[in-house]
Write a protein that binds this ligand. Structure first.
Ligand code: BES
Ligand code: MN
Ligand code: ZN
Length: 509
């Protein structure tokens, strides 16, 4: 499959596409594009007047074009509800709704028209804002190409669009030049999100630690990155007792994937370190989880997948700084070899950990990986993990928890995440709570009890994250969408890919 993603400044009447999607809000009394109503024989205004289409959020109204002078054959209105402004987050969602509609209808050539401010109707957005909207639209359209049905042998709907167009009627040459590049970047970011979604969607039996490692290396080398896989003996030689311990219950030994991006001429510092939890299946180990909902734990490697996807985007978009990605991979299983509650493990950093609960495995493997990222010279580290149910309770399914130090790094990660469209909220690292992690027998316990469960998990990681800037994203609630929404199908979301990728373009101060 190869899809062309492009911008077009042609007026909609001469746009070379099959479908044209037009976002429109409930408060708008007229159509934002001249001549479009006449081209449909007045169907659009009729539908709006009769109440057949009221621009309710994400509702779609499709009608044929009857004017044979137009090349577009279908026009679709996409409802933006009460919105008074078309920002990038809204247009990204509306573009996904459009893409999913086009997918349903097997449309292969699709255009989505961007918007200008409603009030005053004479004003135009500044160039940078138009460019940001164009990128968000490209992301939204490309996001809709994701295929989650790879194991269906019947009724498997694949969508293979040929052309996705972001329509910017009357944009000037300078805007078109920048928008064209932004759209290319948006398409790459969404493709890399889809890659991460594909990995997170793989069942535990189809993506064992060896498979995940192989696919990560495959993706990385195709993007021109250097990648290596450390096996069990190398992990042991590095003294990574926590990663080894978590992997011990599985038939499949753990792996450590290391991906390096070293652009020519890049300065020695900063080095961005990206660390992602790669538990291919989390049964809980001997502290086994209840069977209800356990199947979802196939996505407990979504953080690792986000790191792989982000590095792929970083290489394709040619970020200016060095990046090292570290993905510790293990399957958390109960068996005669498995670690037991009460066991004491020694980490690569030398700190000892009493394993109170084998289901708090993510922080164990991340601890060794964070240490390794610093060993490899990472100056600024971000880890991403489906780490705690407590974070799901605190922030739900729409917002990821952000824990970071120092404040300047927290601000950077937060700003980049917000502009990328990954919603995050700052959570505190509370020094006093380290007491909850004190063990009678070792340096640390791996759980601190029920109160502040997301914070104590982050504090545990912080003990291994070194002295430099470090951020932790808890995506337990956001990596998987439990309930299908018009703009977000059920399943893996690709959360974090855009944030991590765009961080490689950030100002490191
Ligand atoms: N992978 C889970 C966290 C999780 C929960 C992810 C729900 C997605 C949805 C993690 O390994 C885990 O089991 N955490 C435990 C920690 C507890 C034992 C301290 C939890 O949150 O219950
Ligand atoms: Mn667990
Ligand atoms: Zn887990």
């Amino acid at each position: 499959m190869s899809v062309e993603v492009a911008v077009a400044s042609a007026p909609p009447s001469s746009l070379d596409s099959d479908w044209l999607f037009i976002p429109i809000g409930r408060r708008e009394t007229s159509l934002p594009i001249e001549g479009v109503d006449a081209a449909t024989g007045g169907e659009l205004s009729r539908a709006m007047a009769s109440g057949e289409f009221t621009a309710k959020d994400y509702h779609v109204f499709v009608t044929p074009v009857v004017d044979s002078g137009w090349r577009v054959r279908r026009v679709a209105l996409v409802g933006a509800g009460d919105a008074v402004e078309f920002g990038p987050d809204l247009l990204r969602r509306l573009a996904t709704v459009a893409g999913l509609t086009a997918r349903d209808r097997k449309a292969t050539r699709v255009a989505f028209v961007s918007r200008q401010p409603l009030e005053p109707s004479s004003s135009r957005l500044p160039k940078h804002a138009q460019v940001a909207l164009a990128q968000a639209i490209a992301e939204g359209l490309m996001f809709a190409t994701f295929d989650a049905g790879q194991y269906k042998t019947e009724d498997h709907d694949v969508w293979d669009p040929h052309q996705l167009i972001v329509s910017l009627p009357q944009a000037d040459a300078g805007t078109m030049r920048e928008a064209s590049e932004a759209v290319r970047q948006g398409a790459v970011l969404a493709e890399c999100m889809n890659l991460a979604r594909g990995l997170a969607n793989e069942p535990g039996n189809r993506l064992r630690p060896r498979d995940f490692a192989e696919r990560a290396v495959d993706v990385a080398s195709r993007a021109g990155l250097q990648a290596e896989v450390l096996g069990q003996s190398q992990i042991a030689a590095l003294g990574m007792g926590l990663l080894l311990g978590v992997g011990r219950g599985s038939e499949e030994p753990p792996r450590l994937v290391v991906i390096r991006y070293t652009p020519e001429g890049a300065p020695a510092r900063p080095v961005l370190g990206l660390v992602g939890k790669g538990v291919t299946f989390d049964s809980g180990g001997l502290s086994i989880k209840p069977s209800q909902g356990m199947e979802r734990m196939k996505d407990d490697m979504a953080g690792g997948a986000a790191v792989v996807g982000a590095l792929c985007a970083i290489a394709r978009l040619k970020a200016p700084v060095r990046v090292v990605g570290v993905v510790p991979i293990a399957e958390n299983m109960p068996s005669g070899h498995a670690i037991r509650p009460g066991d004491v493990l020694t980490s690569a950093s030398g700190k000892t950990v009493e394993v109170m609960d084998t289901d708090a495995e993510g922080r164990l493997i991340l601890a060794d990986a964070l240490w390794y990222a610093r060993q490899q010279g990472a100056t600024h580290v971000v880890d991403i993990a489906t780490l705690t149910g407590a974070c799901v309770i605190a922030l739900g399914g729409a917002v990821s928890g952000l824990f970071a130090r120092p404040d300047a790094w927290a601000d950077t990660v937060r700003m980049v995440a917000e502009s990328a469209g990954d919603s995050v909220w700052p959570m505190p690292l509370v020094g006093d709570y380290l007491e909850m992690l004190r063990s009678d027998i070792a340096d640390l316990k791996n759980v601190g009890g029920r109160p502040a469960g997301a914070i104590t998990a982050a504090m545990f990681l912080g003990e291994f994250a070194g002295a430099g800037p470090w951020a932790h994203l808890d995506v337990a609630g956001t990596a998987w969408n439990e309930e299908a929404k018009e703009y977000q199908p059920k399943g893996p979301t690709g959360v974090g890919v855009k944030t991590l990728a765009r961080l490689a373009f950030a100002d490191f101060g």
